[in-house]
Design a protein around this ligand. Structure first.
Ligand SMILES: [Zn+2]
Length: 296
């Protein structure tokens, strides 16, 4: 039925995307806090002598506990105010209990996830490709926001994303030429290795020459994950597109005085954006810019 009613399918995908966007907001906010607590617990286990008291609070903190609350007044957020986008609009961006402003980022992430999900399903239809594209894109949205906030790409997202790409090829089997995943399993394995090794080499080369660290290991893992899904054929398009947009944005931010020259600029968002372009418009891009197709 969904196959014969494309508008219904796209509408349902948009709705699902709004709900997933709401969950991504939770991941974006809580995952880095959970990682920081785990690091602190580990270093205390090493540093505090046995029998000494640990300072880390013991109350559980994960993706579901404690319930969402206003950061200003700690009032729990009611279910109807948690409805994606609409809840924020209904409250006019302010906490119902204390009136503290709620960041517009939450509805923006929800709306973006909804629109992009609808677009992908419109593009790829009722196919395994649409499912793969959704999983990949949702992960990229979470990684982008966490990297912007913390200069960090969590292993707990990048590594499962890489394995999920290889598993997708294994389960879905050969895809048609029009599919963004047409490259298949073997090219995905080669892509993952090429993606990791290339940025690893750039990183160590840059460090030898300048003594500075230009990016993090998370960038290697994200590039590896993207190429596990899309195949080594997308190596050059993603690398050039992300380096180019990253350099242009970096220079513009420094020129506008919005960014100090010495501060590291997170590379993850550019990799993620270039990966999304390769996912949605990979073939047209290779056709428009033929020299990108050096790997047949
Ligand atoms: Zn409040």
């Amino acid at each position: 039925m969904l196959q014969s009613a494309p508008f219904l399918l796209v509408g349902l995908a948009t709705l699902l995307g709004l709900l997933v966007g709401s969950f991504l907001n939770v991941v974006i906010y809580r995952l880095p806090v959970m990682m920081e607590r785990a690091w602190r617990r580990e270093s205390e286990a090493l540093l505090v002598p046995a029998g000494g008291s640990a300072a880390v609070a013991a109350e559980p903190f994960d993706l579901v506990r404690p319930r969402s609350a206003c950061p200003a007044c700690k009032a729990p957020i009611k279910a109807r105010h948690n409805v994606p986008v609409l809840g924020w609009l209904w409250l006019r961006g302010r906490c119902a209990a204390c009136g503290a402003p709620i960041s517009a980022r939450y509805p923006v992430v929800e709306a973006l996830t909804g629109l992009v999900s609808g677009f992908l399903v419109w593009q790829f239809g009722y196919t395994p490709d649409a499912l793969g594209a959704l999983v990949l894109t949702w992960s990229l949205i979470a990684l982008t926001m966490i990297d912007l906030d913390h200069q960090l790409l969590p292993d707990s997202i990048t590594l499962p994303l890489l394995w999920a790409g290889l598993l997708f090829h294994l389960v879905a089997g050969p895809r048609p030429d029009t599919s963004p995943f047409a490259a298949g399993l073997a090219d995905g394995v080669i892509g993952a290795m090429a993606g990791y090794l290339s940025l690893w080499l750039v990183y160590h080369g840059f460090r030898l020459v300048t003594g500075k660290e230009g990016m993090g290991y998370g960038d290697f893992k994200l590039f590896a994950a993207l190429l596990a899904w899309l195949g080594y054929q997308m190596f050059l398009p993603i690398l050039l597109l992300s380096a180019l947009t990253g350099a242009v944005t970096g220079v513009a931010l420094i020129a506008l005085g919005r960014h100090a020259r010495q501060e590291p600029i997170p590379f993850g968002p550019y990799l993620a954006a270039a990966g999304f372009v390769a996912l949605a418009w990979g073939e047209p891009l290779l056709t428009a810019v033929p020299f990108l197709r050096i790997f047949p």
